[in-house]
Ligand binder design. Structure first.
Ligand code: NDP
Length: 482
């Protein structure tokens, strides 16, 4: 231990799980009721921090998806599509308030099912999920003033497929704008993280949302495929891998149905020599180790100006030595579990390729729990642009460090990717940040910060990161016939 550091232990500060009742068996949410899948089939969702089963969940097949789409259509034509915006808003406000009231329960359930630290589910996912409903509730009676024509109309039934990295937050991103604009929804959460979407369905019941306005069909990829290709769906919204996004785009080509895709990323986090180093190091940590790096807009490529590269990497390594990896429910935990064994395998394989291709690997000393899926925070230096770890989305706590000399070189390297979701620039000079922001091909460019989200701010990608925007006024457009 360096002489300037004091050793001390943290006492355990475990969030109690008593607040959550996980039903041993969970049905699909169709037409306002929880029902078994027609086939009676189910699957198990696990706690990735312990590998223990959490609950059984009904597995929807094409027949169940069809019932859900029909329920959404009936609700759209009978009630929701005709309801005045100010009345729809009341339901959205009610859902937002119940999310706030039940936030501890939702946060604990999210950490149990996903493996993310309770500090993040409690302080990031939950407040943002509620904020999305509040924000879009405010738009529901003002759609004529959104710059999309005097009387924009809803599209009808939205089929929405979401991933496992922010299960509740992605459900909120999808449902809130769709409902505010008068659409009815069928939502398919990821197979490994269905529980908070089902609790959100219960919240819809509690808010007395008319039956069929929101439906949740749980299952694996086949359930998602049945939903996005269902002819009764007017609009598909997908967040997930670029590979599946491409399949969905191909399946929908020529059908005339609306589509938005929010896919992968390989964001550059660019540090200039005049950046304030301590804040920058915090931003780098937040950029790649937040949610174990399982973030589509993660700052997974660190581009540092050559003159400060050694100092930045040195400071970063010291900071990583203080990160605490372990029990996601402990309030002192910084790094939780990886969501699944499959994801852990992918991170492990790509990290090995980094070593094999000649980059230098470093992790702080840290004990990994014996059970569960864990990966230590990892930095690769000596990375070149051709390495797989500089090109492919790892979706884990792994940072690739590259260097540059001039702003033009930083832009060229940052843009040297098929993706284009986000980027970050750290510099003391506002003019330089603006110069960079104008040239970076990314949907979001953060200045002297990273991974900051706000419901009023549009989010989305370029190129293989997808198209369409979620959040803000722009997020309304995807759900309106304007
Ligand atoms: P997927 O793209 O497979 O999963 C995203 C969602 O789509 C899940 O609900 C999934 O269901 C569903 N799905 C899978 N196949 C289909 C299909 N053919 N039609 C419709 N829906 C489908 O991502 P993975 O979970 O497999 O993760 C793989 C990689 O993708 C990660 O390693 C990461 O690199 C990237 N990823 C990127 C995300 C992002 O936000 N950009 C989010 C998640 C992953 P189910 O989970 O049940 O299979």
């Amino acid at each position: 231990m360096p002489p300037d550091r004091v050793a001390f232990d943290y006492a355990p500060a475990r969030e109690s799980i008593d607040i959550v009742t996980v039903a041993p068996r969970n049905g699909l949410f169709v037409n306002g009721e929880f029902v078994e899948a027609k086939s009676g089939r189910s699957f198990v969702t696990f706690n990735p921090a312990t590998e223990e089963p959490l609950a059984e969940v009904a597995e929807a097949e094409a027949e169940d998806v069809d019932l859900a789409v029909r329920a959404a259509r009936a609700a759209f034509e009978g009630v929701w599509g005709r309801m005045k915006g100010r009345d729809r808003a009341k339901y959205l406000y009610r859902i937002a308030r119940i999310i706030q009231e039940r936030s501890r329960e939702l946060a604990v359930l999210e950490s149990l099912d996903n493996g993310k630290p309770i500090r993040e589910s409690r302080d990031v996912d939950l407040p943002l999920a509620a904020a999305h409903f509040f924000y879009y509730a405010g738009w529901a009676d003002k759609l004529g003033y959104a710059g999309l024509g005097p009387s924009p109309r809803p599209l009808g039934v939205a089929g929405q497929v979401i991933p496992w990295n922010f299960p509740l937050l992605m459900a909120a991103w999808k449902l809130a704008p769709a409902l505010a604009t008068g659409n009815c929804c069928v939502l398919k959460p990821a197979e490994t993280t269905p529980l908070t979407a089902l609790l959100l369905a219960e919240i819809c019941q509690q808010a007395e949302l008319p039956p069929g306005v929101v439906n949740v069909v749980t299952g694996a990829g086949a359930t998602g495929a049945a939903l996005v290709t269902h002819p009764g769906v007017d609009k598909v919204a997908f967040t997930g891998s670029t590979e599946v996004g491409k399949q969905i785009r191909a399946a929908l080509a020529g059908t005339g149905r609306h589509l938005t895709l929010e896919l992968g990323g390989k964001a550059a986090n660019i540090v200039f020599d005049d950046a304030p180093i301590d804040q920058t190091v915090e931003g780098i940590v937040n950029g790649i180790f937040f949610n174990q790096g399982q973030v589509c807009c993660a700052g997974s490529r660190l581009l540092v100006q050559e003159s400060v590269a050694d100092a930045v990497v040195e400071r970063l390594k010291r900071r990583l030595e203080t990160l605490r990896l372990g029990d996601p429910l402990d309030k002192n935990t910084d790094i939780g579990a990886i969501n699944s064994s499959m994801q852990l395998e992918k991170i492990t394989e790509l990290s090995q390729s980094g070593e094999d291709e000649g980059a230098e690997r470093w992790s702080p000393p840290c004990l990994l729990p014996e059970r569960g899926y864990w990966f230590p925070p990892t930095i690769f230096t000596g990375v070149s642009q051709s390495h797989r770890i500089a090109r492919e989305e790892i979706f884990g706590p792994v940072l690739s460090v590259l260097t540059f000399r001039t702003p033009a070189e930083a832009v060229a390297k940052a843009n040297n990717t098929p993706y284009g979701l986000s980027a970050g620039v750290w510099s003391d000079k506002g003019s330089r940040i603006l110069w960079m922001a104008g040239r970076l091909q990314a949907g979001v460019v953060w200045a002297n910060t990273f991974n900051r989200f706000d419901p009023a701010s549009p989010f989305g990608g370029y190129q293989e990161s997808g198209f369409g925007r979620e959040g803000g006024r722009h997020g309304l457009e995807a759900y309106l016939d304007a």
